[in-house]
Design a protein around this ligand. Sequence first.
Ligand code: FNR
Length: 336
Amino acid sequence: MSKLFEPYQLQTISLKNRIAMAPMCMYSAEDDGMVTPFHVVHYATRAAGQVGLIILEATGVLPEGRISNKDLGIWDDVHIEGLKQVVDGMKAYGAKTAIQLAHAGRKATVEGEIYAPSAIAFNDAYKTPTEMTLNDIEKVIEAFKQAAIRAEKAGFDALEIHGAHGYLISEFLSPATNKRTDAYGGSQENRYRLLRQVIDAVRSVWDGPLLVRVSAEDYAENGTTMDDFIVFSRWMKSQGVDLIDVSTGGVVQANINVFPGYQVPHAEAIKHGAGIPTSAVGLITTAIQAEEILQNNRADLIFLGRVLLREPYWPLHAAKELGEEVTPPTPYVRGW
Ligand code: FNR
């Protein structure tokens, strides 16, 4: 049997295979963060395509923490019902469901003030953020906690904290963006403090599977490297995080040499260096490539992004390629 189609136990939940849909913003929400019929269809389609775990796009825990005003929101109870419809649509086809809880920090492009560890703009196209006070930090931690409570009410099986790509948490982790001189800046431990407190706050209300997405490399001289993330990942493990979703980049502008599987070494280094399950993501497009990563024990799950936008039924083709039997969704059985 292939490893890609082997079930995977993620804390309390069992995934039917190792294929996950990476979180991808669809910029299709109503202005107030509400789900639309598009989201229900979009995510249910990937579930029908037999993706084992689907992670909903970056969803704002605060309105000022959205990448755009078309991001999904989870900052108010009014969002729960729509998210529940998306969850039900995915569950109807046997997928396990997760949501990425996010705060965009200095990369928010919404109206009004935006916030970051330090008052440095990402580039000329972005607003200069306000340096966060300790009260602002408290508010963000509480917002992640409340978002976790709402996500549970909406029925999600797992949560992912967005700690990658130069959004708020990632900005705190990196010395390239965090110039603070208080308890939240300077040493590795201080830069990790916000993520530590967010994880603890979420864990105080959520005992299900918890993932954290990180950018394990800034590709910048004054930025973080894989070694920092091996340390951070050990800390995350000790706080009860179940899996690190390993991405890279996005913190500062950088030239990144992108090629098939380019982030796999990061997932592999963290998996073995910190002794915690990881997922690999980034230009993984073929079943053989996915199988190689899993069989060589380089990561535990395969996250697919763009290839699942182009081909929602990717897992069905992958099964054929690897000689696996996959039970199709019931309505398709007669035509199988
Ligand atoms: C993304 N990505 C992304 N990442 C994330 O953590 N949260 C998000 O909401 C988004 N949004 C998003 C939208 C779109 C349209 C794309 C293409 C990408 C990054 C994504 O999850 C993934 O890491 C990358 O796309 C690399 O994987 P692929 O596409 O090469 O398989």
